[in-house]
Design a protein around this ligand. Structure first.
Ligand code: F6R
Length: 242
């Protein structure tokens, strides 16, 4: 595990974008595993800025996203498909055919999860997986107690995650989908490199627990201690307890 200390959110985003950029330069046809949520937005912004300066080229890159709400069509502004297009894909030269997210409208969970695992395999696995971390230690939608050995699967969201996500649904909890398709921890651990971004005081406790506490399914992110190439980029506040 490598920990990179950043001054603030902007610095964290730049440092993370640098690592992604290095990956794309070293292997232009790499497979990037991407995340939604508030934390990586600055990273995407920085990558877009460098793309606009002609410093990075996404034309050969393939992406696989971590997760998608079950039941939300792509076109719904709150789908992760929309999030990724608004915050990243629409602003760079990525080939739309190279973009993969679980299909939230396929309500046959077993079929969709199997298909998504096949997609990840067919592109050769993930070179670099970008992650955020939930206050309870979740990664993707792998909530506390999630089995480490799962591939893509359908989950019931915890009340804490539903509450954390309602900010994206006009603050209305009843609009937040209650299930999601997520890459499993096994899939995440199989990525050749894992890059986590974390910022803010509110994440300091969980960072300490996840990366300096025992490895346990009760803190899903703790398994990353065992990953051979895991990089944590955090701002001063998030890393203040370690
Ligand atoms: C996003 C995801 C989640 C978030 C986590 C942190 O695709 O799977 O695990 O990374 O909930 O979210 P933020 O960054 O909003 O604090």
């Amino acid at each position: 595990m490598k920990i990179i200390r950043a001054k603030d959110y902007y610095d964290m985003s730049r440092k993370a974008a640098n690592i992604i950029s290095a990956q794309v330069i070293m292997k232009p046809n790499c497979v990037l595993g991407l995340a939604t949520g508030g934390t990586p937005v600055g990273t995407y912004k920085q990558l877009i800025e460098w793309y606009n300066k002609d410093d990075i080229d996404f034309s050969e890159v393939t992406t696989v996203n971590l997760d998608e709400y079950r039941g939300l069509p792509r076109e719904n502004p709150q789908s992760y498909w929309s999030f990724m297009h608004d915050n990243f894909f629409n602003h760079v030269n990525i080939n739309p055919e190279h973009i993969h997210l679980p299909d939230g409208t396929n309500l046959d969970a077993a079929a969709e999860c199997k298909h998504y695992d096949e997609v990840i395999q067919s592109v050769g696995g993930i070179d670099l997986q970008l992650l955020g971390i939930g206050h309870d230690g979740h990664i993707g939608f792998n909530e506390p107690g999630a089995a480490f050995e799962l591939g893509t699967h359908c989950v019931n969201l915890t009340q804490e995650t539903i509450e954390a996500n309602k900010r994206f649904f006009d603050g209305d909890e009843s609009l937040v989908p209650k299930q999601a398709y997520t890459m499993g921890i096994k899939t995440i651990m199989q990525a050749r490199k894992v890059l986590m971004v974390v910022n803010g005081k509110g994440k300091a406790e969980i960072v300490k627990k996840a990366f300096f506490g025992p490895v346990t399914p009760e803190v899903p992110a703790s398994i990353l201690q065992m990953h051979p190439d895991f990089i944590l980029v955090g701002d001063a506040e998030a890393l203040s307890l370690i």
